[in-house]
Design a protein around this ligand. Structure first.
Ligand SMILES: NC(=O)C1=CN([C@@H]2O[C@H](COP(=O)(O)OP(=O)(O)OC[C@H]3O[C@@H](n4cnc5c(N)ncnc54)[C@H](O)[C@@H]3O)[C@@H](O)[C@H]2O)C=CC1
Ligand SMILES: O=C(O)C(=O)COP(=O)(O)O
Length: 541
């Protein structure tokens, strides 16, 4: 477990770090831009200071957490070393050359913090974790909430999403926000959250977050890339059969007292062709399940992919549309996928075929589908997602939400579900655990494995026999010369290990430095903050 601070008011931090810095001096030493940035973050640090001054005789400016999987045998005594421990008793040891560990790539790395084989991983008492404020929206599963609460974080969990104005109000003092597919984290919302460290999307899609802007503000974003894929695939399978047999219409009729036993236009799915658009996690699962039912599977994807079973990839969307009896969409929301299925594409589909959309509402022109149903071109359709979806459960699915709602409701053999593709107990629990774990790893250790908008960086844990090591996290603009300047600052110390990687405009550096006292930590922090490339500096120890 590491604890840390980021963006504190240095005048407030300095006494805790054992410094004797006149306030004017400290302010003068910082460029104006940096000062305004620091002032925005003042209140968190002050809050921590007030609480800790009253409750604990420990450095007061540090925010920290603990590992969820803390083993009692690894726990160190509660409380932090005091400033004498950090500042005097421990002089820096002999310098060693910095050892640079370049990033390994991709998701193949485990997200959990790797441990040294030689010594027990360092897991310290969570201190002031109650100052980490977390806002969870959209009914995040309790398994995820529990993980965050067990850290001691302050967790507020709401069942619904929030409209922009309320969100802006609420997000101002939040360090971590957890959302699902509804909550829009736009540039404006992110800019209203000066303390925000990290966003957790407790779902697959991340189209609701301005990922690039978040990265540029030093805010990492995590999601759960596949925990609900199977649930979506199973729903699609159930709907393919239900559409082929017109089961939902028959059921609705019978609910209204009407016995209507028909076989015309009802089919087995065996031997029919399923066309999957987007052969990713969901498309793959679906492919296997559909073949098990005797369907022929073809798929279209922008990437050349290995087929599951005997499925085969076609080279154009048109080819798929012309061959498939059932077309199902599993692409992400992107500018290129907007209205990917409209009148032109529907006209290319087989007469009497079916369309399913469980991806995102923007991908299908729903009015065109209504027209294709009325003309008899389509024999049925299933929708789980819509351009506008309500923020909460209730009687909101009407024409004021989407202007064609009444027309859609009147279409024959249409299955309409309220975005429940990933809504199973299994999926929600797995997502809750996965994303909450990633948030804890990021807040406590700075680990970005699995991040959607930042380079993936991890270092093995600090160990119990490295009590005076500090972990610096420096998120910065990916511009030439930064590493030289950073290493000029760190190079006066013993850099035990260091890892750096970049993604687009943003780079992420993590370095563990040994035998540093509080003054040195503060000096490093100030020096890094003063670099013009700085996006965010965090100190964890
Ligand atoms: N209804 C629901 O509750 C849920 C909906 N979803 C939606 O389903 C989408 C797909 O999920 P996954 O399969 O996990 O995503 P994925 O990222 O594993 O797969 C998406 C596939 O689409 C392909 N693709 C991208 N652009 C394309 C294009 N223009 N044409 C053809 N193929 C293209 C990609 O190459 C990739 O293979 C998510 O982005 C999300 O929006 C996901 C989970 C639950
Ligand atoms: O995982 C996704 O992308 C989904 O669309 C599911 O969203 P939800 O968690 O149900 O809001």
């Amino acid at each position: 477990m590491l604890r840390g601070f980021s963006h504190g008011n240095l005048e407030d931090i300095s006494p805790d770090l054992g410094l004797d810095v006149p306030s004017g001096q400290m302010r003068r030493s910082l460029p104006r831009a940096d000062l305004s940035r620091i002032v925005r973050h003042d209140h968190i640090v002050q809050e921590v200071i007030v609480k800790n001054t009253m409750a604990l005789s420990v450095p007061q400016s540090l925010l920290h957490g603990s590992s969820r999987s803390r083993s009692p045998s690894l726990c160190l005594p509660r409380g932090l070393p005091n400033s004498a421990d950090l500042g005097e008793a421990l002089e820096p040891g002999p310098r060693a050359e910095p050892r640079v560990v370049m990033s390994s790539q991709g998701r193949s790395l485990q997200r959990s913090t790797t441990h040294s084989s030689a010594a027990a991983a360092r897991e310290l008492k969570p201190f002031a974790t109650a100052d980490i404020k977390i806002l969870l929206l959209e009914n995040v599963n309790t398994a995820g909430q529990d993980i965050l609460r067990q850290q001691g974080y302050q967790v507020e969990a709401l069942k619904s999403s929030l409209p922009e104005a309320e969100l802006i109000e609420k997000i101002q003092d939040v360090h971590v926000i957890g959302i699902r597919s509804k909550t829009q984290l736009t540039k404006k919302v992110i800019d209203s959250a000066p303390n925000l460290l990290v966003i957790g999307c407790f779902c697959i899609g991340t189209n609701q977050v301005d990922l690039k802007h978040a990265a540029q503000k030093g805010v990492a974003v995590f999601n759960s890339p596949f925990s609900n894929s199977r649930s979506v695939a199973e729903q699609v399978i159930s709907e393919i059969i239900a559409l082929a047999r017109q089961i939902c219409d028959r059921s609705m009729e019978l609910h209204q007292g009407k016995w209507n036993k028909v076989s015309a236009g009802c089919w087995e799915v065996r031997g029919k062709t399923l066309g999957i658009v987007g052969y990713g996690h969901i498309g793959n699962q679906l492919s296997v399940l559909a073949e098990a039912m005797g369907m022929r599977v073809i798929f279209y994807d922008v990437v050349n992919l290995m087929s599951m079973g005997t499925a085969h990839q076609v080279s154009t969307l048109d080819e798929l549309l012309q061959q498939a009896d059932f077309v199902t969409l599993h692409v992400p929301e992107l500018p290129e996928t907007e209205n990917m299925i409209s009148t032109e594409q529907l006209n290319k589909m087989k007469d009497g075929s079916y369309l399913l959309n469980l991806s995102r509402g923007s991908i299908v022109d729903i009015q065109a589908v209504i027209d294709a149903s009325r003309s008899g071109k389509l024999a049925g359709a299933a929708f789980d997602v819509y351009p506008n979806e309500p923020a909460a459960n209730g009687d909101y699915f009407n024409n004021s939400l989407n202007q064609w709602t009444d027309a859609l409701n009147s279409c024959k053999n249409f299955i309409l579900t309220p975005h429940i593709g990933g809504s199973t107990e299994e999926a929600q629990r797995a997502i809750g655990v996965e994303v909450a774990d990633a948030l804890v790893q990021y807040v406590n250790y700075g680990t970005t494995l699995g991040a959607c908008n930042m380079p993936e960086v991890n270092l093995r844990s600090l160990t119990a026999d490295e009590p005076n090591h500090v972990r610096m996290v420096y998120i910065h603009q990916n511009v030439p010369g930064v590493l030289r300047r950073v290493n000029e600052i760190l190079g006066d110390h013993n850099v035990d290990k260091q890892m750096t990687d970049s993604r687009g405009d943003v780079a992420y550096l993590m370095a563990d430095i040994s035998n540093v006292n509080q003054q040195q930590i503060k000096d490093i922090y100030v020096a890094l903050e003063e670099l013009s490339s700085r996006i965010r500096t965090r100190v964890l120890y």
